[in-house]
Design a protein around this ligand. Structure first.
Ligand code: HEM
Length: 294
């Protein structure tokens, strides 16, 4: 399970000071048993847990810890992952939206076909082609958005080496050469592409959430999917979609650094708004993933 960075940080404080836990609501937090029998005199700790409601209940989005050495001192808030930078905050929220079958840090219960373990999937070549075509539309859209740069900072995310449009074009050519007809984009890809265009012009923080999730999901779960699906229906053929020029971990790190830098200029409200968009990112990408089994 994902760890609550701020708690471990504050725990070192706890061992040295007399602590009062002012309030907490999350079961994960309560399991840490931070209540102290020592009288709270000067140091004051408060947990705030934001939740968002969805199909699988009330999902903690973030937990914040307010630490103040005296009541006169300005409280210092910390959010899960915050110490490492904003990307870690986005990752924390994303990992909780996985199912346990998808990733070990996942907390959601699997309901939809794409939320089950990949070995249980029943992919078809036609379905996989629909997935690749819709994925290409999404990557075309993301790459056009950063090229156009409706907000100047989007230009930071041009030519990161994570782009997937050209690789997908090559893969679709390969399928064509194998005698497959390539379908037109379908509703999940068209809807997501339209949504991304609108967000990119009106809501840059929400847009960045999608940008992060799409590229980073593909580098993690996406690669596992590619390998397992290829074993089942493509005789193990490795598509260009799953190959990057250069060291992938370095490319990812470069983008993490840029995302962290951009988010440094955001207010806490803007950061929270970005994190709250993660669920929509999972919804749209999940609908496209489901095409593999259609
Ligand atoms: C079948 C579907 C999926 C599977 C099997 C899967 C699996 C995984 C796994 C194994 C990881 C790596 C965990 C680790 O670092 O130990 C991961 C990371 C991640 N996934 Fe997924 N995932 C899936 C779908 C998604 C979706 C739909 C999204 C969002 C659109 C997403 C977003 C992410 C993100 C942001 C990371 C963090 C990547 C990083 O640390 O750099 N995943 N996923």
């Amino acid at each position: 399970m994902a760890s609550f960075t701020p708690l471990s940080q504050s725990q070192s404080l706890l061992s040295k000071a007399h602590i009062k836990v002012a309030s907490y609501k999350s079961p994960s937090l309560s399991s840490l048993n931070l209540q102290s029998s020592f009288a709270p005199k000067r140091l004051h700790l408060q947990f705030k847990v934001s939740v968002f409601n969805n199909k699988f209940g009330r999902m903690p989005l973030r937990a914040s810890v307010v630490v103040a050495a005296t009541t006169a001192e300005k409280p210092k808030k910390r959010y899960p992952g915050e110490a490492k930078g904003f990307v870690e905050e986005m990752r924390f929220v994303a990992m909780r939206l996985h199912t346990r079958e998808q990733a070990k840090e996942g907390e959601k219960v699997a309901e939809k076909p794409e939320e089950k373990a990949i070995p249980k999937w029943e992919p078809s070549v036609d379905g996989y082609l629909r997935f690749l075509v819709d994925s290409k539309l999404v990557y075309d859209t993301l790459e056009e958005i950063v090229e156009k740069a409706a907000f100047p900072f989007y230009s930071e995310f041009r030519n990161t080496g994570l782009e997937r449009s050209d690789a997908l074009a090559k893969d679709l050519d390969w399928f064509r050469e194998q005698g497959h007809s390539i379908p037109e984009p379908s509703s999940p890809g068209i809807t997501y592409s339209q949504y991304l265009k609108e967000l990119s012009e009106n809501d840059p923080q929400a847009f960045i959430c999608h940008f992060y999730n799409v590229y980073f999901a593909h580098s993690a779960g996406g690669r596992m999917i590619g390998r397992k699906v290829a074993e089942k229906i493509l005789n193990g053929k490795e598509l260009e979609f799953y190959k990057w020029d250069g060291d992938l971990s370095q490319l990812l790190q470069n983008v993490r650094d840029k995302l962290n830098k951009v988010a440094e200029a955001w207010t806490r409200e803007e950061k929270d708004h970005c994190l709250e968009e993660t669920e929509k990112s999972f919804k749209h990408s999940g609908e496209i993933l489901r095409l593999i089994m259609s």
